[in-house]
Design a binder for this molecule. Structure first.
Ligand code: MN
Length: 251
């Protein structure tokens, strides 16, 4: 089995080393193609207006001066064009990707891009708390349990699996919950500061990820309750109920 590993935190991020180890537990044929620099919240962006460079770091490890989507695109169209990956793993992200995070996330987008190429893809994210201590071993151990089950059963094409690990030591995790995507309470902070030349500048989202806002059965509540969350996602953003209603109203 050929596995492609990528992320949005960059080739040097601690989470991608964790994911590489997870992948090597499944196969010897593991390739890493990841952004040179931090690309969190780059969403599904593709670089169209400047040249992309591939830097070969070692045999099966490449860095790209672009986004996670660029990485997957180059992996499928160039690096692994003669032997496409059977599985694409993205992450392990530094921080959770739950609720509407998934629409900003480069980690999710990389997995999404892989599904467009017809490959099964799984995105992994590790939540952390106030101390900013990351329980990477939780991701490693629980992904190691979860992935073989997922691979054995398989899932529909063009669907990606979004997995989040709670902010707990591996032994304290209560289990795995398959849940829907939740929605955060709207609490994104915006900080205004003044630069040395007297002009204002802004920082978006300095706050820690919000708790589950009381929603049950969601990715967010599962994490809050100490479970690994598993959510199947797809790219079709159509809202079916409104579609039906609009047809009656407009057509
Ligand atoms: Mn990230």
């Amino acid at each position: 089995m050929r596995i492609l590993v990528t992320n949005d935190d960059g080739i040097a991020a601690p989470g991608i080393k964790v994911l590489e180890r997870i992948a090597r537990g499944l196969s010897k044929d593991v390739w890493v193609v990841a952004p040179e620099t931090q690309q969190s919240a780059s969403s599904h962006s593709l670089t169209l207006h400047r040249p992309l460079r591939l830097r070969r770091i070692s045999g099966r490890r490449y860095a790209v001066n672009g986004t996670p989507t660029d990485c997957v695109f180059l992996a499928f169209n160039k690096i692994l064009a003669d032997g496409l990956p059977d599985l694409v793993l993205s992450g392990v992200n530094d921080g959770p990707n739950v609720g509407e995070d998934v629409t900003y996330s480069g980690t999710i987008a990389a997995a999404m891009e892989a599904t467009l190429f017809g490959a099964p893809a799984v995105a992994f994210s590790q939540a952390y708390g106030d101390g900013r201590k990351h329980h990477w071993a939780t991701a490693e151990q629980w992904a190691g349990r979860l992935l073989p089950k997922l691979i054995e059963r398989g899932w529909p094409k063009r669907v990606l699996i979004n997995v989040n690990f709670p902010d707990l030591p591996a032994a304290d995790v209560r289990g795995v919950k398959v849940v829907r995507q939740g929605l955060h309470a709207l609490d994104d902070t915006l900080e205004e500061r003044i630069d040395p030349r007297g002009r204002p500048y802004y920082w978006i989202g300095a706050q820690l990820p919000a708790a589950g806002s009381g929603q049950r059965g969601t990715d967010m509540s599962a994490l809050d309750e100490g479970y690994v969350s598993v959510t199947p996602l797809h790219m079709d953003l159509t809202h079916r109920r409104t579609l039906t209603w609009l047809r009656e109203v407009i057509e």
